[in-house]
Design a binder for this molecule. Structure first.
Ligand SMILES: [Zn+2]
Length: 268
């Protein structure tokens, strides 16, 4: 809970890079127009940088800029390869323009959205906060672009032959990406068993929660919906005893004291 609250204050922009919390990401995706047709979500791990790299310097922007430098100078891409990066603490970064096909998987870039998850998941599992974000990003993208979550709309790099760009489901010349320990494995069957059902659950819960929060608060303005939902979820601002948020009511000094106390308590 504490981690999520702190994230709220971190939304930042640096050139084309936009750093977002899960709630902000959903808002951003749902309120942005895109000019190309999105057909599938690619899941990758970065291998390097990994969890250790991130732990050492938690600098989101320098981390993606270093990746971009490598992609431009060594791999000779025009810019950073991935559209989206996810971080070990659950934060999300928009990187390459979403309107451009990524340089993620030979044979699957047209209509692809490349998501790079920072970490080496050959070595270890995705941590729990990061899992929430990985599932969330896949869920939000499937919803926004009307993709039914399955192993056609959600793909792993490992399933594509690196030379021909053909999908061979793990046969041929492949990378292990997104890692042998990525949500129970990098195979198509592991994805069907351990990943897709959780993306489906995430979509269900995401919508359930929003409906519950919003059904009593029809008057919450669009710009504030994500913030109101988060404040209620974190129990920082709950509303009256009947569960009404009363979004347009004024706040008193004593209300503000209660809110401040809850924020302080959550940071302990
Ligand atoms: Zn990959």
């Amino acid at each position: 809970m504490r981690v999520e609250y702190k994230e709220v204050n971190r939304m930042k922009k640096n050139g084309k890079f936009i750093l977002l919390t899960r709630a902000e990401f959903k808002d951003w995706i749902n309120n942005t127009k895109f000019s190309r047709k999105m057909r599938r979500v690619q899941n990758h791990h970065t291998y390097l940088p990994d969890y250790n790299t991130f732990r050492k310097n938690k600098k989101y922007f320098s981390l993606v800029k270093n990746m971009e430098y490598y992609h431009v100078h060594t791999a000779k891409f025009s810019q950073i390869a991935q559209n989206i990066t996810t971080f070990p603490d659950g934060m999300i970064m928009i990187c390459r323009s979403m309107n451009r096909n990524p340089a993620g998987i030979k044979g699957a870039n047209t209509g692809g959205i490349c998501v790079e998850h920072i970490g080496n998941f050959d070595n270890g599992k995705v941590n729990s906060e990061h899992q929430k974000t990985v599932l969330w990003v896949n869920a939000v993208l499937c919803e926004r672009f009307n993709l039914t979550p399955n192993t056609t709309s959600i793909v792993y790099h490992h399933w594509y032959d690196l030379r021909s760009g053909k999908r061979k489901d793990g046969k041929g010349t492949t990378k292990t990406c997104p890692g042998r320990k990525f949500f129970g494995g990098n195979s198509v069957s592991a994805c069907k068993k351990y990943f897709i059902p959780r993306v489906i659950d995430t979509i269900k819960n995401m919508n359930k929660k929003e409906v519950k929060v919003m059904e009593k608060d029809q008057t919450v303005s669009n710009y504030a919906k994500a913030a109101v939902a988060l404040m209620k979820e974190l129990q920082i601002m709950i509303g009256d005893e009947k569960g009404n948020f009363n979004p347009k009511d004024p706040i008193t000094r004593q209300d503000l004291a209660v809110v401040a106390m809850r924020i302080i308590e959550q940071q302990k």
